[in-house]
Design a protein around this ligand. Structure first.
Ligand code: CP
Ligand code: NVA
Length: 310
């Protein structure tokens, strides 16, 4: 069975820890891991725009000894409606792995269903699991571990980051609280799955509409844009309900004094986060952005070792 990484709970708690431990080794010895030397090519396909994901996968695949093949879907037949499964069948005879940023989760499930090589979710509307691996690595670097720490995510509870914090944070044994307007709550099925995972890891998950309660005593504060890619037409509607969930200097006073602040970026200062917070001493967003590189290198190495013994 080919192993894929389509959502955060595709890695068990033990496996997530293995990937993050490998990522820490890659931080310590950045150019000492070259499992793709051969070289193997990895396709990285974008249906949506990207800065961090594109750069970190391209650099990371090269650092592992492989060749990144970056594809803008709009310039491929996939973008003109060629069936996803046919694309998978063409790719899996030539590349070692497929990384894809797309819209609906069912699209990446179709790709994985037809691919004999690992498929990695580089963001869908529902999940952003590579980002959460980088975020957990950042928490480990700044806090020493993840288990038992309280992570408060504020903003759009129904988006990809919220869902991935719930699943990935629960897998890491964290106490995850999502604070959002009631009309932007997490998908109940994702929340239920996160509750189940937390039951096994000693973590916990919860949703609230009370931003101050979520932040109270938190070790990690996280937020994201209120207008995700594909929601641009709703931008004017997606402001007023979210204002109480902005990560402001005032709200930060309720967190632990040594709390760290995460944002997957791109950030909108003065909207979901104050400039004084994201550019302030508690922000670790640049470490977080760099950690996309290390976490994804570890993930690719881990997946390929399981699929090909490489
Ligand atoms: N955080 C993140 O995925 O950034 P990009 O959209 O720039 O890839
Ligand atoms: N929720 C955001 C994340 C961007 C990295 C989006 O999907 O646009």
């Amino acid at each position: 069975m080919t192993r894929h990484f389509l959502r955060d709970d595709d890695l068990s708690p033990v496996e997530q820890d293995e990937v993050l431990t490998l990522a820490e080794q890659m931080v310590a010895d950045r150019f000492g891991h070259r499992p793709l030397t051969g070289p193997q090519t990895v396709a990285v396909i974008f249906d949506k725009t990207s800065t961090r994901t594109r750069i970190s996968f391209a650099v990371g695949i090269a650092e592992l000894g492989g060749v990144p093949l970056i594809i803008d879907a709009q310039t491929s037949q996939l973008g003109r409606g060629e069936p996803i499964a046919d694309t998978a069948r063409v790719l899996d005879r030539q590349v070692g792995a497929i990384v894809w940023r797309t819209s609906g989760q069912t699209r990446i499930e179709q790709m994985a269903g037809a691919s004999r090589v690992p498929v990695i979710n580089a963001l869908t509307d529902e999940f952003h699991p590579c980002q959460i691996l980088a975020d957990l690595l950042t928490v480990r670097q700044h806090k020493g571990s993840t288990a038992g720490l309280k992570l408060a995510y504020l903003g759009d509870g129904a988006n990809n980051m919220s869902h991935s914090y719930l699943l990935g944070g629960a897998t890491a044994g964290m106490q995850v609280v999502v604070a959002s307007p009631a009309e932007y709550q997490p998908d109940p099925a994702v929340l239920a799955k996160a509750v189940e995972i937390a039951g096994a890891t000693g973590g916990s998950v919860a949703w609230t509409d009370d931003a101050a309660a979520a932040v109270a005593g938190a070790d990690v504060i996280a937020t994201d844009t209120w207008v995700s890619m594909g929601q641009e037409a709703e931008a004017s509607l997606r402001e007023a309900p979210f204002v109480p969930y902005a990560v402001t200097e005032q709200l930060m006073t309720k967190a632990k004094p040594d709390a760290i602040v995460l944002h997957c970026l791109p950030a909108y200062r003065g909207k979901e986060i104050d400039a004084a917070v994201i550019d302030g001493p508690q922000s670790v967003v640049w470490d977080e952005a760099e950690n996309r590189l290390h976490a994804q290198k570890a993930l690719l190495s881990w997946l390929l070792a399981r699929n090909f013994g490489s």
